[in-house]
Design a protein around this ligand. Structure first.
Ligand code: ADE
Length: 237
C-alpha cells in the first residue's frame, strides 16, 4: 500500500458523493471489515472512507462512535501520511461565519464532555494536535480556526458557553473522534469543514442544514480537491 497518500474520513453519503466525483473515485468502494458498514475508495492520490449506514436505523452512521471505528480500520488498511476529517459544520454569525465557508482546523476539541473530576477535565476537552497547515490555508483562502465536536446537532447553553470560550468557528460531530484515533496511531491530523448552518442564527439548525447540505457538500468537494493537491509534498512533521 502506498504510504504517502492522505486519508479523507467523511460521515454522510450526501457529503461524500460530490467529493468522490471530484476525485474520480468510482464504484461501490471496499468494505473495511466484516459487519462494519464503512467503505473505502482509493486512487493514486487519495483514500476516501465513509462510515456507511447504520444497520438498525438505516441512516448514515454519523457521530463520534462510528467515526473512531472507521478511522482506526482505515488507517490500518491505508497507512496514510495524514488524516483529514471532512464534512459539514455549524458556523457562527458572531465570528463572521457564513453558509459555504471553508474552514481548516488549527485546534480541535470536544465541547460536550464535561467531567469536573480531578484530571479528567482536559481528557474531556481533548485538544488534539492538529497539523500545521497555515500556509496552505492562506494560499487556498480557507479560514483557520477551532473545530469543536459533540454528538448532538443542537447546541445546549453549556455547549455554547464552551464553544465561545475556545472561539469555535466550526461545530461538527466527528472531527475530535477522528483526531483521537489519529493521535493513537501517530498519524498527522487535520479537519476541513464547510458551513451548512449558523448555530447562533435565526433559522433552526435542522432546517438550515437540510437546505444547504448539497451546496456545502459541493463546496467541500472543491476544498478537498485543492487540499489534496497542496498536500502532495506534505511530509510527516
Ligand atoms: N454539521 C452541520 N451542521 C452542524 C451543527 N450545527 N452541529 C453539528 N454538526 C453539524
Amino acid at each position: 500500500m502506498d504510504q504517502s497518500l492522505p486519508l479523507v474520513v467523511i460521515a454522510m453519503e450526501a457529503e461524500a458523493a460530490p467529493v468522490r466525483k471530484k476525485l474520480n473515485l468510482t464504484g461501490e468502494g471496499n468494505p473495511l471489515a466484516e459487519g462494519i458498514s464503512a467503505r473505502l475508495w482509493s486512487n493514486e492520490s487519495v483514500h476516501v472512507v465513509i462510515n456507511g449506514s447504520d444497520a438498525r436505523f438505516g441512516v448514515d452512521a454519523i457521530g463520534t462512535l462510528p467515526a473512531s471505528l472507521t478511522t482506526l480500520l482505515a488507517i490500518e488498511k491505508t497507512n496514510p501520511k495524514i488524516v483529514i476529517s471532512a464534512g459539514t459544520c455549524g458556523g457562527f454569525t458572531a465570528r463572521d461565519g457564513f453558509i459555504g465557508e471553508i474552514i481548516l482546523a488549527n485546534r480541535c476539541v470536544f465541547h460536550d464532555r464535561r467531567i469536573p473530576l480531578k484530571g479528567f477535565m482536559n481528557y474531556g476537552v481533548g485538544d488534539f494536535h492538529v497539523a500545521d497547515l497555515d500556509e496552505i490555508a492562506e494560499r487556498l483562502g480557507f479560514r483557520m480556526g477551532t473545530v469543536s465536536t459533540g454528538d448532538s446537532l443542537d447546541s445546549q447553553p453549556s455547549d455554547l458557553d464552551f464553544m465561545n470560550s475556545v472561539t469555535t468557528v466550526a461545530k461538527d460531530m466527528e472531527a475530535a473522534a477522528v483526531a483521537w484515533v489519529s493521535a493513537l496511531k501517530e498519524v498527522p491530523f487535520t479537519a476541513l469543514k464547510v458551513t451548512t448552518d449558523l448555530v447562533d442564527g435565526e433559522i433552526t439548525t435542522e432546517d438550515e442544514f437540510v437546505t444547504n447540505l448539497q451546496y456545502a457538500s459541493n463546496r467541500l468537494s472543491e476544498g478537498i480537491l485543492s487540499l489534496v493537491h497542496e498536500l502532495k509534498d506534505f511530509r510527516t512533521e
